[in-house]
Design a protein around this ligand. Structure first.
Ligand code: FES
Length: 137
């Protein structure tokens, strides 16, 4: 399968990849979308990828790759811009903390901002096949 990823020429620092609909495989009920190589993610540690106009944060933590929407549910800040410590990403705008594995929002952030919002954010599976990474959506 051809890798349909192309780095956006206007955002080389942001590690933004624009994906086309050519880069997917069907996988059960989910679709697997090719997003790049594990070797490159090991260098970069995190990516912001956009698929069907929706941005996602892809993060390598230890030996695991995680994917969540790159959009804070509070006021839509980019979580890609946030700091990742362990399996937690901190929103750069108001410091809400999200678990990359479970999508859980920490208790302090829930009290401050999410009393009527979501209990957790969506997490997506990233499949590793050889050196190729696939985002399941
Ligand atoms: S925008 Fe993320 S916590 Fe407010």
């Amino acid at each position: 399968m051809a890798n349909a990823n192309t780095e956006h020429p206007l955002s080389p620092i942001m590690d933004v990849f624009y994906l086309t609909t050519l880069g997917y495989l069907t996988y059960g009920n989910a679709m697997k979308h090719a997003i790049g190589s594990l070797a490159k993610l090991k260098e970069d540690k995190k990516w912001r990828v956009i698929f069907n106009d929706h941005p996602y944060l892809i993060a390598l933590v230890g030996h695991h790759v995680y994917a969540i929407p790159d959009q804070c549910p509070h006021q839509d800040a980019s979580l890609f811009q946030g700091k990742i410590v362990g399996d937690t990403v901190t929103c750069p705008l108001h410091q809400a903390k999200f678990n990359l594995i479970s999508g859980e929002i920490d208790e302090v952030s829930k009290m401050l901002y999410f009393d009527f919002g979501p209990e957790k954010i969506t997490t997506h599976k990233v499949v590793i096949e050889g050196d190729q990474l696939f985002l399941e959506l």
